[in-house]
Write a protein that binds this ligand. Structure first.
Ligand SMILES: CC(C)(COP(=O)(O)OP(=O)(O)OC[C@H]1O[C@@H](n2cnc3c(N)ncnc32)[C@H](O)[C@@H]1OP(=O)(O)O)[C@@H](O)C(=O)NCCC(=O)NCCSC(=O)C[C@@](O)(CC(=O)O)C(=O)O
Ligand SMILES: [Mg+2]
Length: 286
């Protein structure tokens, strides 16, 4: 997901050409306080005019308790981007309040309540403590994301390169996302010049179970995509497992071996997930 500052017309204009799965037009922390109103109007106009070439379009609005939160919702909700990203979410009460405002706006415009999805950002210790309740609060919520910069600020620790300080939060957020069957998105890697560092961090968070990562610069997109895309070797192995599964299932065999390794139901589930990521289908044996 490529963050694009909502007050930068050139970046907003060209954000769809870099190959990100999602553009994340930002009205919050990328925009200075004195530019909030201008950015809101600019993003509204860009949403109407710019071709993002099929990218998912997400808008990060300001927090409801700031002077800009409601105005952002009033301007953006009627345009129904694919998703709204709610920053610094901490409690179910606050989330309910935002959802209620969104639904009131949708009612006014005769819009359904299930089209535009909600991404909840966890950026404080309190948000981490409440993450499962937040993630499971509404079927509209289809992703939880961690904001590492704000979280480390709230925890009063340095945001070190190894990110030890946010490791527990990352793992807890992933578990909440898995328990609620929604996506978990990782925080940004701020050092745009450090490509190896980004690659290592992305490989690590993929192993934890995150399903994607936000980036701040077009140069970071291909690295994240590469790490998340199954390799040819992984795809071939998954294909052999799923094919063998269907063949053995037809013979009523629940457990069998592929390349000398035991394959049972969870191995097949993981292999099917790899193939789904690669958009590959295996025909069941009739
Ligand atoms: C980092 C840098 C200044 C580097 O500038 P540079 O000038 O060195 O970039 P260059 O590489 O030279 O640019 C080459 C060409 O790409 C164009 N280009 C660059 N960036 C582009 C872009 N993002 N979108 C479209 N286009 C872009 C540029 O216009 C140029 O185009 P052209 O002139 O035509 O060649 C720049 O990228 C940038 O401002 N990034 C966005 C920063 C941002 O949004 N921060 C807020 C979100 S994080 C946050 O809030 C923390 C969080 O909340 C979140 C969480 O974790 O989720 C938490 O708490 O943790
Ligand atoms: Mg933040």
């Amino acid at each position: 997901m490529l963050y694009i500052p909502g007050n930068n017309p050139a970046m907003l204009q060209q954000g769809g050409v870099y190959g990100a799965d999602s553009v994340l037009l930002d009205l919050e922390d990328a925009v200075a306080l004195n530019q909030k109103d201008a950015a809101r109007i600019l993003v509204r106009n860009m949403l109407k005019e710019v071709d993002y070439y099929g990218c998912e379009i997400t808008i990060r609005v300001n927090h409801i308790n700031t002077p800009f939160g409601v105005a952002d919702l009033e301007e953006i909700v009627p345009l129904q981007p694919d998703a709204l990203r709610l920053p610094k979410t901490e409690t179910v009460e606050e989330l309910s309040k935002v959802l209620k405002i969104i639904e009131e706006i949708e009612n006014r415009y005769g819009l359904a309540h299930d089209k535009m999805k909600i991404h909840v950002m966890i950026e404080s210790a309190l948000g981490v403590q409440n993450v499962y309740e937040l993630a499971s609060h509404s079927p509209r919520i289809d992703a939880i994301t961690i904001g590492g910069q704000d979280l480390t600020a709230d925890m009063q620790i340095e945001k070190s390169k190894d990110n030890y300080g946010i490791d527990y939060a990352r793992k807890r957020i992933v578990m909440a996302s898995k328990a609620t069957k929604i996506d978990a998105m990782d925080t940004v890697y701020a050092d745009v010049e450090d490509e190896e560092g980004l690659r290592e961090e992305t490989a690590y968070i993929k192993k934890l179970g995150f399903t994607g990562k936000a980036v701040i610069n077009p140069r970071q997109i291909s690295i994240v995509n590469e790490v998340f895309t199954p390799t040819d070797t992984e795809i071939r192995k998954a294909y052999r497992i799923v094919k063998a599964y269907y063949e053995n299932k037809a013979k009523d065999l629940g457990v069998f071996a592929v390349d000398g390794k035991m394959v049972d139901a969870p191995v097949v589930t993981r292999a099917m997930h790899t193939l789904a990521l690669a958009d590959i289908e295996v025909e069941p044996v009739k």
